[in-house]
Design a protein around this ligand. Structure first.
Ligand code: 2M8
Length: 424
C-alpha cells in the first residue's frame, strides 16, 4: 500500500497546484488558504522542496502592511461566482492598495513558522541558495508581532480570534455560545457557493453563515481595526495560541540559521506556554478550553482544540492531556482517529464538518504532539489510522471517527500532504 498511497497522494497535490500555490480542493475551495498552505508545504516538501518554499512565499507575498497573514489569497483568474465570500465582499484593496493581491481580512492559526522550518530541513542547500529563510524570517516576525500586538485583547497574554473562520474549525460547538449573541444576516441576502460542491448535511447551516457574514462585514466596515469594542466575537482559542507557541520554537531554529538572536523566541515560547496553561487549562477536565473575552468566562466544550497544546514543547500538563485523549471522549488509543468533538457529548455529529468529523491536519498535530511528549505508541496508532482512513476514503476532507467513512470533498490537499509526511 505504501508506494501506491504515496503516488496517489502526490497526484492529488500536483493536480491541485495552480502555478504559485495549491488550492485546498478544486471546486469547493478554488483559492489559497493560509493554514492549508502550511500543512500542504509539510507534505509538498517531500515531492518538491522548491514548490513547498514557493507555497509559503506566495502566501507571505499577500501579507498586509500591518503584519497579518490573510486567511484567503484570491486567485484573480477564478470567476467571482466560484466562492463566497469572494474579493468583492472583503474589499481588501481599501486597506492594502490595488497592487496588492486581493485577500480576505481575517487570519487563520499560525502554523507557518513550523512549516517553514520543516520545509527548510527538506533541502537546506536549495533553501540557502534561494535565500528562503532570510526572506521569510522578517515576515514571520511581523506576523507574530501582529498577533501578540494587535490581538492581545485580554490582560492574560493570549491572542484572540475575532471570527469562527479564524479558528479554522468554523462551526465547532465551542463557538455556539458567543455566536448566539450575533444576529444572523437573513439567508436571502447572500448566495452560498459551498452547497454546489458538498452535501448540506455536512456543512455549516444557513444560520451559521448568516452569523459569519454579519461578523465579517462589521470587521470590514470598521476598516479591519483591531479594537475589542468593535468585535462581537473575541475568543482566546487554545489551538491558535498553541500553534503560536510551537511556531516560536521553530522561530528559534530559523533565527539561528539566519544569524539572528534565537533568545527572544525561546523567551516568547516560555511566556506563551505559561499563559496557555494558566489561562486556558482546566485540570478537572484534563483539557484546554477557549476563553470568551467579552463575558470573561471559559467556553467549556469538548472541542479537540483542547488537546492540541500537545504541540507545545515542554508542556507541563502533557500527561493529563494524553490521558484525556485516551479516555471515552476521544478514544485515541482504540480508533487512532481524533474526532473534532467529544464523542460522548449530545452535540457530537459524526459528519457535520467541525462538529465531530475527523480532520487530517488535526490528526497530524496530535501525532506530532504525542511524539514530542513521549507517547510514541499512541502516536503510531494515530499515524496508522490516518493513513488507512485517507487511503480507504480517497483523500477526503474529513471522515467519520467511528466508521472511517469519507465525507466532504475528495482529493483534499492537506489530507494528501499529511499522508506524504506520515509516510516519509
Ligand atoms: C474551511 O473554511 C472555509 C472558510 O475559511 C469555508 O468553509 O469556506 C475550514 O475547514 C478551514 O479550516 C479551511 O482552512 C478552509 C479551506 O480548506 O475550509
Amino acid at each position: 500500500m505504501t508506494a501506491a498511497l504515496h503516488r496517489r497522494a502526490g497526484h492529488v497535490l500536483l493536480a491541485n497546484w495552480r502555478g504559485q500555490s495549491t488550492v485546498p480542493a478544486a471546486g469547493l475551495y478554488p483559492h489559497q488558504w493560509s493554514w492549508d498552505s502550511a500543512f500542504i508545504a509539510l507534505g509538498l516538501r517531500h515531492l518538491s522542496p522548491l514548490r513547498a518554499q514557493r507555497e509559503l512565499e506566495a502566501l507571505f507575498g499577500a501579507q498586509w502592511p500591518d503584519g497579518r497573514v490573510p486567511h484567503i489569497v484570491f486567485d484573480r483568474i477564478v470567476p467571482a461566482v466560484a466562492y463566497f465570500p469572494g474579493p468583492e465582499f472583503w474589499r481588501s484593496e481599501r486597506e492594502t492598495g490595488p497592487r496588492h493581491p486581493a485577500t480576505s481580512g481575517l487570519i487563520q492559526p499560525p502554523v507557518h513558522a513550523l512549516a517553514a522550518w520543516k520545509t527548510f530541513l527538506a533541502d537546506p542547500g536549495l533553501a540557502r541558495t534561494r535565500g528562503f529563510l532570510p526572506r521569510l524570517y522578517p515576515r514571520l516576525r511581523a506576523w507574530h508581532a501582529y498577533l501578540t500586538g494587535r490581538r492581545a485583547f485580554g490582560s492574560r497574554g493570549l491572542v484572540s480570534i475575532v471570527h469562527p473562520w479564524e479558528s479554522g474549525m468554523d462551526n465547532s460547538p465551542a463557538w455556539d455560545v458567543p455566536l448566539s449573541r450575533v444576529r444572523p444576516v437573513p439567508p436571502d441576502r447572500f448566495t452560498r457557493r459551498d452547497l454546489g460542491h458538498a452535501r448540506e448535511a455536512e456543512r455549516p447551516t444557513d444560520d451559521d453563515y448568516g452569523r459569519y457574514v454579519r461578523l465579517a462585514a462589521a470587521y470590514r466596515d470598521h476598516g479591519y481595526a483591531d479594537e475589542l469594542s468593535r468585535h462581537a466575537f473575541a475568543v482566546e482559542d487554545p489551538l491558535t495560541n498553541a500553534l503560536l507557541a510551537a511556531s516560536e520554537q521553530a522561530m528559534s531554529e530559523i533565527a539561528a540559521e539566519v544569524g539572528a538572536d534565537p533568545e527572544p523566541h525561546a523567551a516568547e515560547l516560555e511566556r506563551l506556554r505559561e499563559a496557555l496553561v494558566n489561562g486556558l487549562f482546566d485540570g478537572g477536565d484534563g483539557v484546554f478550553h477557549a476563553h470568551d473575552v467579552h463575558s470573561g468566562l471559559p467556553l467549556r466544550s469538548g472541542s479537540i482544540a483542547g488537546l492540541t497544546p500537545l504541540v507545545v514543547p515542554g508542556l507541563p500538563v502533557a500527561d493529563a492531556v494524553v490521558k484525556t485523549a485516551l479516555g471515552d471522549r476521544f478514544r485515541l488509543g482504540e480508533t487512532g482517529l481524533p474526532p473534532s468533538f467529544d464523542l460522548t457529548d449530545p452535540l457530537f455529529e459524526a459528519h457535520r464538518y467541525w462538529r465531530g468529523a475527523v480532520w487530517f491536519n488535526i490528526g497530524w498535530l496530535l501525532w506530532h504532539g504525542l511524539r514530542l511528549h513521549g507517547a510514541t505508541e499512541v502516536a503510531a496508532t494515530v499515524r496508522n489510522a490516518l493513513l488507512t482512513a485517507a487511503d480507504n476514503a480517497g483523500f477526503r476532507e474529513y471522515v467519520d471517527p467511528l466508521t472511517g467513512s469519507g465525507h466532504g470533498v475528495r482529493d483534499f490537499s492537506w489530507t494528501a500532504a499529511v499522508v506524504l509526511d506520515l509516510l516519509t
